[in-house]
Write a protein that binds this ligand. Structure first.
Ligand code: SAH
Length: 230
């Protein structure tokens, strides 16, 4: 069974978008993963195909109706579907590389893209939606967030990106930011590739890279480092 993603959205035409390009697109063609985008509006009950209504208690904007969203979720993910149900939401747990890896090893995901002011709390609770955020800022809708989540997940599905070693050194994989990368030409605008990288001494190269990773992480993201022992 390969990883199966179902995305519930008011804008299914945005998919696969970037998820269909490059290695992810190839992985899809090779059936390492699959994607369906479901139009939420198809589950509306009235002639105007209404999916939202005004917020109870007042305030700006509109809220996605729980009945319509629940019907869509139930149709896409019937009882017995083992896939986690995820709501893209700025209130959610932050997306991490660890989370992406966990999801990549599972059967897939049902992903709900919010719009407007968000979704009725009763469908979040009633359908046990796990809220995930891609960062501390507010987007206009969950579609780009869903693509970010899926891109991070799909590229770590075994087979999608080639050798496992292509992940091992990456930012976050070892708890650190990645060291600087270089490639030819040997001299660019008068600047040489650090000589150690062309020395052929793999032990010293590994040590240099680790030092660089530590220095970068210390200056840019000290929050990633383990707390100093007192
Ligand atoms: N009123 C909401 C924001 C709604 S933004 C609040 O203050 O929490 C509209 C939709 O965009 C959300 O329902 C969500 O699906 C998506 N979205 C916005 N920012 C996001 C983020 N940082 N991460 C994931 N999804 C986000």
């Amino acid at each position: 069974m390969s990883f199966s993603a179902s995305v519930i959205t008011l804008f299914p035409e945005l998919f696969p978008g970037p998820l269909g390009a490059s290695v992810l697109g190839r992985g899809m063609a090779e059936k390492l993963w699959s994607l369906e985008a479901i139009q939420l509006r198809d589950f509306a009950q009235d002639r105007h195909r209404t999916v939202d209504d005004t917020p109870s208690g007042g305030g700006a904007g509109m809220v996605l109706k729980p009945d319509i969203l629940a019907s869509a979720i139930d149709a896409v993910s019937p009882p017995g579907d083992q896939r986690p149900r995820i709501l893209m939401s700025p209130r959610g747990q932050p997306l991490t590389q660890k989370k992406a890896r966990e999801l990549a090893l599972g059967p897939g995901a049902v992903i709900i893209c919010g719009r407007f002011e968000g979704v009725d709390q009763r469908v979040i609770d009633g359908r046990q939606l796990e809220e995930i955020s891609i960062g501390d800022y507010v987007l206009a809708g969950g579609e780009v967030a869903a693509m970010v989540l899926l891109e991070a997940v799909v590229r770590v599905i075994p087979g999608v990106l080639g050798g496992a070693e292509s992940h091992a050194d990456e930012s976050f994989e070892n708890g650190l930011l990645e060291y600087p990368q270089y490639t030819r030409p040997q001299v660019f605008e008068g600047v040489e590739i650090p000589p150690i990288l062309v020395s052929g001494d793999h032990r010293r190269i590994a040590k240099w890279r680790l030092e660089q990773s530590l220095a970068l992480t210390t200056s840019r993201r000290p929050d990633l480092l383990p707390p100093a022992k007192s």
